[in-house]
Design a protein around this ligand. Structure first.
Ligand code: NAD
Length: 458
């Protein structure tokens, strides 16, 4: 995620060159402010690390490294998910925390940025052990968490079950104090919001659809008249039959694939999906509802053998997992992990539109290469904010003890994403910067202005 740092610095340079931005800052003071902002945005406020002491069911004591990184609370309490994955490390959590600060600022949410991580493969632990790990996480980080301090949510390897356990432990440690908003992404019965589970996947698909359908239709003539390469990529694909591939079939990927399959606005054919084990392909389009049902019944996994497919009357060719990225498709939705498109496969990517559901799925080098080729990349910071937006609604609903219907939640979610895109897209299609850079410029401008007003740049 070196790219993130580079883009922050480039964005800061661009806004500081604009004399209308913080006009009171002149010459040397302006340079000092720039240096202060680079320092403030590049480094987290706090990195908390603990080794959780767990007694496993067979009596062995293990110490599990775990993190909570609090990047910035300039705009509000720290907010970001907790990831359970064996590749978690301090750098990864810090970068994801930074991305949360920028994402929350972009979408005008009253939160700062944080992230947590526990270095485990959750599939290797029993339910009882996972419950203990969740409780210990809250015990060890108890001092820094809370409804107005730092509010975690699910991420890879965690879900509503873990959030329920963690909130339960927070409640035990703080009797008589407000606890409901200490975690979001909880189950509905435990104070969660309707629609939270589907929010990220729906939001990912919505951003793509809004850009390629609603926005393009409304601004067709203007887009055709600009010389912006990305405007032409969008126009070339609008109104056409689109072949779509989705990498990752978990919480995010399965929902985004289903949205693409069911969409009435665009003529999609979801021809390929993959998970950690397999890629499934069908040139006429896959039966996505059937695959979602299969995954629901099989611990989230796609069918990976001919027997699995036949038994469930699913028609697909089984292919090599990683070939999905290089397939002849129009749209690639990345919904698995980081760094999936990199220098070794970037030249083979055929999709002209890539939607980043996952955080950081394209390396810096590949990002630049693809952007130079006119590939329209809808970046993570814009596309995958649905989860944190509905987490915000969950937090508000918990405070007010008033709950919205699922339709109201999705209506507000789409309105919020539309608001962000209506701010960013005209600027993006009107200038030569890729969409990611436009989003960063917007976030960094907002954060810099607030820091200046809070007197943090002296
Ligand atoms: P998940 O654990 O539910 O699903 C991950 C999926 O990716 C699984 O189907 C897994 O089998 C698959 N996978 C893993 N390695 C793969 C590989 N090499 N090739 C193909 N598939 C592979 O996780 P999720 O919640 O769906 O999150 C996915 C990504 O989206 C992560 O980067 C996460 O940070 C990001 N994200 C998630 C949310 C959310 O609310 N869930 C919000 C924002 C961002």
């Amino acid at each position: 995620m070196q790219r993130q740092q580079t883009i922050i610095e480039e964005s800061l340079k661009a806004i500081m060159e604009d004399e209308d931005f913080l006009p009171d800052l002149k010459a040397q003071t302006r340079e000092q402010a720039y240096n202060s902002l680079v320092a403030l945005l590049s480094t987290p406020n706090h990195i908390h690390k603990s080794f959780l002491r767990i007694t496993t069911e067979n009596g062995t004591i293990v110490r599990i490294p775990s993190f909570r990184v609090q990047h910035s609370d300039t705009v509000g309490p720290y907010k970001g998910g907790i990831r359970f994955h064996e590749s978690v490390d301090e750098d990864e959590v810090s970068n994801l925390a930074k991305l949360m600060t920028l994402k929350n600022a972009l979408h005008e949410l009253p939160f700062g940025g944080g992230k947590g991580g526990v270095v485990i493969n959750p599939k290797e632990y029993s339910i009882k052990e996972l419950n203990l790990i969740c409780k210990k996480y809250v015990q060890y980080f108890n001092d820094i968490l809370g409804p107005d301090k730092d509010i975690p949510a699910p991420d890879v390897g965690t879900g509503e079950r873990e959030m329920d356990w963690m909130m339960g432990e927070f409640k035990n440690i703080h009797p008589g104090e407000p606890y409901r908003n200490s975690f979001t992404g909880k189950s509905i019965v435990n104070g969660g919001s309707l629609g939270r589970r589907e929010a990220t996947g729906k939001g990912v698909y919505y951003t793509f659809r809004y850009m390629l359908h609603d926005f393009v239709n409304e601004h067709k003539k203007w887009l055709a008249d600009t010389e912006n390469t990305f405007a032409h990529t969008a126009l070339d694909h609008a109104g056409k039959k689109l072949k779509v591939a989705v990498q990752g079939f978990g919480n995010l990927g399965s929902v985004a694939a289903l949205e693409a399959y069911q969409c009435n606005h665009l003529q999609n054919r979801v021809v390929a999906v993959s998970d950690a084990n397999v890629m499934l392909y069908h040139s006429d389009g896959l039966d996505i509802p059937g695959l979602v049902q299969f995954a629901k019944e099989h611990d989230g996994d796609l069918p990976s053998t001919e027997e699995d497919l036949n038994e469930h009357e699913l028609v697909a060719e089984i292919k090599n997992r990683d070939d999905l990225l290089e397939m002849d498709v129009d749209v690639l939705i990345l919904a698995a992990l980081e760094d999936q498109i990199h220098k070794d496969n970037m030249k083979n990517i055929q999709a002209k539109i890539i939607v980043e559901g996952a955080n950081g799925p394209i390396t810096e080098e590949a990002d630049r290469y693809l952007a130079d080729k006119g590939v329209l990349i809808v970046p993570d910071i814009l596309a995958n904010a649905g989860g944190v937006i509905v987490s915000y609604y969950e937090w508000v609903q918990g405070r007010e003890a008033q709950f919205m219907t699922e339709d109201q939640v999705f209506e507000r979610l789409f309105d919020k994403l539309k608001g962000t895109m209506d701010t960013i897209l005209p600027q993006f299609f009107g200038d030569p910067f890729p969409l990611r850079q436009n989003c960063y410029i917007h976030s960094v401008t907002k954060l810099s202005t607030i820091m200046y007003r809070q007197g943090k740049l002296y």
